[in-house]
Design a protein around this ligand. Structure first.
Ligand code: RP5
Length: 171
């Protein structure tokens, strides 16, 4: 299993995952995407159930550390994003991890928040992890023109790749 990376002392994005097992297939893609955009982030393994006090502390101290967006990934009875959202007014994005029930349990546990405490829930697995990072960058980009520019370049490169794939048939 690859080492968990991304422990910047001055993070703009705080990343929590319920278990080390969430890293290699899923949460690694959050960190990799943020790295591609040069966004400092702090990745930790903390669980809503196994380490509730530590997860609460991280959530309630995040804004004071300069964090502007939280991303939480958990699988199964995935309560981490909701538990974090209960302890911070920062925007919280949830990534449902693929599980023994193919992630449907994780998705429903993350998305079905009661009115009043929102969690922005992304897709199950890698797509959700990449998109959570991209959405966090878009949120940060509201006050950072350089990130908006990088996002525009990313989208242009992405479109070009798709068009490139269909070029042999166009000719
Ligand atoms: C959740 O339980 C974690 O987020 C993980 O997806 C799942 C299984 O954890 P491990 O048993 O692999 O540590 O809390």
């Amino acid at each position: 299993m690859s080492e968990i990376t991304g422990q910047d002392p001055n993070p703009l994005v705080g990343i929590l995952m319920g278990s080390k097992s969430d890293w290699p297939d899923t949460m690694r893609h959050v960190s990799d995407t943020l790295k591609d955009f040069g966004v400092p982030h702090d990745c930790r393994v903390l669980s809503a159930h196994r380490t509730p006090e530590a997860a609460q502390k991280f959530a309630s101290e995040a804004a004071g550390r300069g964090v502007e967006v939280m991303i939480c990934g958990a699988g199964g009875a995935a309560h981490l994003a909701g538990a974090v959202a209960a302890h911070t007014a920062l925007p919280v994005l949830g990534v449902p991890i693929t599980s023994k029930l193919n992630g449907l349990d994780s998705l429903l546990s993350t998305v079905q928040m009661p009115a009043g405490i929102p969690v922005g829930t992304l897709a199950i697995g890698r797509a959700g992890a990449v998109n959570a990072a991209l959405l966090a960058i878009q949120i940060l980009g509201l006050s950072r023109p350089e990130l908006r520019k990088k996002m525009q370049q990313f989208r242009e490169a992405q479109s070009e790749k798709i068009l490139e794939a269909s070029r042999p048939w166009d000719e």
